[in-house]
Ligand binder design. Structure first.
Ligand code: SF4
Length: 63
């Protein structure tokens, strides 16, 4: 699976980081960084929850 982010939508709100800080990090400038964009399958439930938590639907999970 692969995580992608629509930079035009992301507002650095940090819900994704709150749900799965191993994979998402919002820096001091409110820029979100994907720490691991191809998580192992065992993390799917957690990553999916984080993607679903984004209030502006900026995250997509494929594969
Ligand atoms: S929850 Fe959505 S808007 Fe907030 S930092 Fe994550 S991707 Fe960006």
């Amino acid at each position: 699976m692969r995580i992608s982010v629509d930079r035009d939508k992301c507002q650095g709100l940090g819900m994704c980081e709150a749900m799965a800080h191993e994979f998402f990090e919002v820096d001091d400038d409110e820029i979100m960084h994907i720490l691991e964009d191809s998580p192992a399958e065992e993390h799917r439930t957690k990553v999916h929850a984080a993607v679903e938590a984004c209030p502006v639907l900026a995250l997509t999970l494929t594969g």
